[in-house]
Ligand binder design. Structure first.
Ligand SMILES: [Cu+2]
Length: 87
Protein backbone atom coordinates (compact mmCIF):
# COMPACT_ATOMS: atom_id res chain seq x y z
CA UNK A 1 0.00 0.00 0.00
CA UNK A 2 1.40 3.36 -0.99
CA UNK A 3 0.64 6.84 0.21
CA UNK A 4 -0.61 5.91 3.62
CA UNK A 5 -1.51 9.01 5.52
CA UNK A 6 0.30 9.13 8.83
CA UNK A 7 -1.71 11.99 10.25
CA UNK A 8 -2.72 11.29 13.84
CA UNK A 9 -6.42 10.95 14.32
CA UNK A 10 -8.15 14.06 15.58
CA UNK A 11 -10.85 14.17 18.16
CA UNK A 12 -10.43 10.68 19.57
CA UNK A 13 -12.94 10.34 22.39
CA UNK A 14 -11.05 7.83 24.50
CA UNK A 15 -7.33 7.97 25.03
CA UNK A 16 -5.45 5.01 23.59
CA UNK A 17 -3.93 2.79 26.22
CA UNK A 18 -1.21 0.21 25.81
CA UNK A 19 -2.27 -3.36 26.54
CA UNK A 20 -0.58 -6.75 26.36
CA UNK A 21 -0.83 -8.51 22.96
CA UNK A 22 0.58 -11.62 21.43
CA UNK A 23 2.30 -11.45 18.06
CA UNK A 24 0.86 -14.00 15.63
CA UNK A 25 2.39 -12.90 12.36
CA UNK A 26 4.73 -10.23 11.05
CA UNK A 27 4.54 -8.91 7.52
CA UNK A 28 7.37 -6.43 7.16
CA UNK A 29 6.83 -6.10 3.41
CA UNK A 30 3.38 -4.59 3.83
CA UNK A 31 3.99 -3.07 7.26
CA UNK A 32 1.39 -5.21 8.97
CA UNK A 33 1.32 -7.21 12.14
CA UNK A 34 -1.21 -9.81 13.19
CA UNK A 35 -1.98 -9.60 16.88
CA UNK A 36 -4.18 -11.54 19.21
CA UNK A 37 -5.75 -8.73 21.18
CA UNK A 38 -8.22 -8.21 23.97
CA UNK A 39 -10.86 -5.49 23.91
CA UNK A 40 -9.57 -2.14 22.59
CA UNK A 41 -11.66 0.43 24.40
CA UNK A 42 -10.68 3.49 22.38
CA UNK A 43 -11.59 1.74 19.12
CA UNK A 44 -14.68 -0.01 20.42
CA UNK A 45 -13.24 -3.36 19.32
CA UNK A 46 -13.75 -6.63 21.11
CA UNK A 47 -11.17 -9.38 21.54
CA UNK A 48 -9.99 -11.07 18.35
CA UNK A 49 -6.97 -11.93 16.25
CA UNK A 50 -6.45 -9.63 13.31
CA UNK A 51 -3.88 -7.88 11.14
CA UNK A 52 -3.12 -4.23 11.79
CA UNK A 53 -1.11 -1.74 9.78
CA UNK A 54 1.68 -0.20 11.84
CA UNK A 55 2.37 3.51 11.95
CA UNK A 56 6.06 2.96 11.25
CA UNK A 57 7.39 -0.29 9.69
CA UNK A 58 10.52 0.10 11.83
CA UNK A 59 8.33 -0.90 14.76
CA UNK A 60 8.33 -4.46 13.43
CA UNK A 61 12.09 -4.87 13.68
CA UNK A 62 13.24 -7.42 16.22
CA UNK A 63 9.78 -8.92 16.68
CA UNK A 64 8.83 -12.49 15.96
CA UNK A 65 5.81 -14.73 16.19
CA UNK A 66 4.89 -15.60 19.74
CA UNK A 67 6.37 -12.45 21.27
CA UNK A 68 4.37 -10.77 23.98
CA UNK A 69 4.18 -7.06 23.30
CA UNK A 70 2.50 -4.00 24.66
CA UNK A 71 0.68 -2.24 21.85
CA UNK A 72 -1.19 1.01 21.60
CA UNK A 73 -3.87 1.35 18.93
CA UNK A 74 -5.49 4.35 17.40
CA UNK A 75 -7.69 5.08 14.46
CA UNK A 76 -5.67 6.49 11.55
CA UNK A 77 -7.77 7.46 8.56
CA UNK A 78 -10.54 5.32 9.95
CA UNK A 79 -8.32 2.25 10.20
CA UNK A 80 -7.27 0.59 13.41
CA UNK A 81 -3.51 1.14 13.44
CA UNK A 82 -0.72 0.19 15.80
CA UNK A 83 0.79 3.49 16.85
CA UNK A 84 3.14 2.17 19.53
CA UNK A 85 4.65 -1.24 20.07
CA UNK A 86 7.12 -2.43 22.69
CA UNK A 87 8.35 -5.72 24.02
CU1 LIG B 1 -9.55 -6.46 16.21
Amino acid sequence: MEGMDMTPSAGAKKAPQPVPREVRKIDAATGKITLKHGPIANLGMSAMTMAFPVKDPAMLKGLKEGDQVSATFDSVDGKATVVDLRK
